[in-house]
Design a protein. Structure first.
Length: 385
């Protein structure tokens, strides 16, 4: 029995080998003929012409014939339309430019001008500009709670000095109201998407921004005109002098109990005047008029508008930070400073404390204490007169 098992195993192995070998041999005999037939079928049919290889300078019409569906020249033209304008029947100054040329603005990567503008606005102007405004407000709040309003150390005399005339106050308030409208609307347009939209929803936010954008466009020219009037009105009293150096060296005395003597306007107010009203005012007004498309002769191309928008954003944020300090000192930061711009008059004691050199000139008669005629009396006193 043991000798029979190996014999059966050997027989099954031999039979399996024969079953595999016979079909393989048959296929080997037929293969040459089948290979020759298949090679005849693989060859190109008679009259067939291979398409031309694509070339870098092919036009889209040539590519449509040589390789239909391959529109690489068309999209290459779209990409390079900022350098070589395309052809279109549409009107417009940039009708042939679909993608602006590649540039690199300060703070952006090398990319097309539209994307570079977006990077500067979203990565620099919005976050750092907003931070500057917030830091300024917090610094003023800390100073107020630590120091309180300035003034109150010199007793009032009851004698009034005219600090601002009717015309000066009208020019100032016109400019201040226009600036407030521009500042609020500009802040909402710049930061409202992050702060207001989640609170009031997209529909109300859309109507709000549309209304504020319209107000912004109308208040801009008013701000420009009033800024020129303010500059002409107050420029004579804002020229620097030696007393301003002493005021700057001691920080105006704001950290102590006594302020440094100054003229009608101290060095801090003169910095606001020349830095905010004059320098930043020119930049803000010119860039704003460009954005409003109110300057004749300009083509108002996309690249020009993007640059004007970036310049306008930086200048307005700096102006707001500077004017916040001015607003603070003119309202809660100094006792009775707001009354001077409201009524036009200040007490002689207030003048001696905050603007001693100006008060001395008034006392010496160099500057009249009353520059405009007093209002006519009304009531019983006028009847008796």
């Amino acid at each position: 029995m043991r000798s029979l098992i190996p014999r059966l195993y050997a027989g099954l192995t031999l039979a399996l080998a024969l079953l595999i070998a016979v079909p393989v041999a048959a296929v080997a005999q037929v293969a040459p003929e089948a290979g020759a037939a298949s090679s005849a079928l693989v060859g190109a049919p008679a009259g067939f012409v291979a398409p031309a290889e694509p070339k870098a300078d092919d036009t889209n019409a040539q590519r449509a014939k040589s390789q239909p569906g391959n529109n690489a020249p068309f999209w290459r033209g779209v990409r390079d339309s900022g350098v070589v304008k395309g052809i279109t029947s549409l009107p417009g100054a940039e009708k042939g430019v679909l993608i602006q040329p590649f540039v690199q603005y300060p703070g952006s990567r090398v990319t097309n001008a539209g994307e570079a503008w977006r990077q500067v606005r979203n990565n620099w102007i919005i976050p750092y500009g907003g931070s500057l405004v917030v830091i300024t407000v917090l610094a003023l709040a800390l100073f107020y709670f630590a120091k309180g309003p300035l003034g109150g150390h010199v007793p009032y005399t009851g004698r009034l000095i005219e600090r601002f005339t009717y015309f000066e106050r009208a020019a100032h308030w016109s400019n201040a109201i226009a600036f407030s409208v521009l500042a609020v609307s500009g802040l909402v347009m710049a930061f409202g998407k992050f702060l207001l939209w989640p609170l009031i929803g997209g529909s109300l936010f859309g109507w709000l921004t549309y209304a504020l954008k319209t107000a912004h466009n109308f208040a801009g020219p008013l701000f420009a005109v009033s800024l020129v009037v303010v500059f002409i009105t107050f420029v004579r009293d804002n020229f620097p002098n030696r007393a301003d150096l002493q005021w700057l060296r001691k920080g105006g005395g704001m950290l102590g109990d006594h302020e440094i003597p100054s003229g009608r306007f101290n060095a801090g107010e003169k910095i606001v005047f020349w830095g905010g009203v004059f320098l930043l005012g020119i930049v803000v007004v010119v860039s704003g008029l460009v954005l409003d498309q109110l300057i004749p002769g300009l083509a108002y191309l996309r690249g020009d508008m993007q640059i004007a928008n970036m310049v306008h954003g930086v200048a307005t944020v700096l102006m707001m930070a500077m004017f916040l300090g001015h607003i603070y000192m003119g309202t809660i930061g100094m006792k009775d400073a707001y009354r001077a711009m409201k009524t036009g008059y200040v007490d002689e004691g207030w003048a001696r404390e905050h603007h001693a050199l100006w008060a001395d000139d008034v006392r010496a008669g160099k500057i009249p204490a009353q520059r405009t005629p007093p209002p006519a009396p009304t009531g019983p006193a006028a009847v008796r007169h």
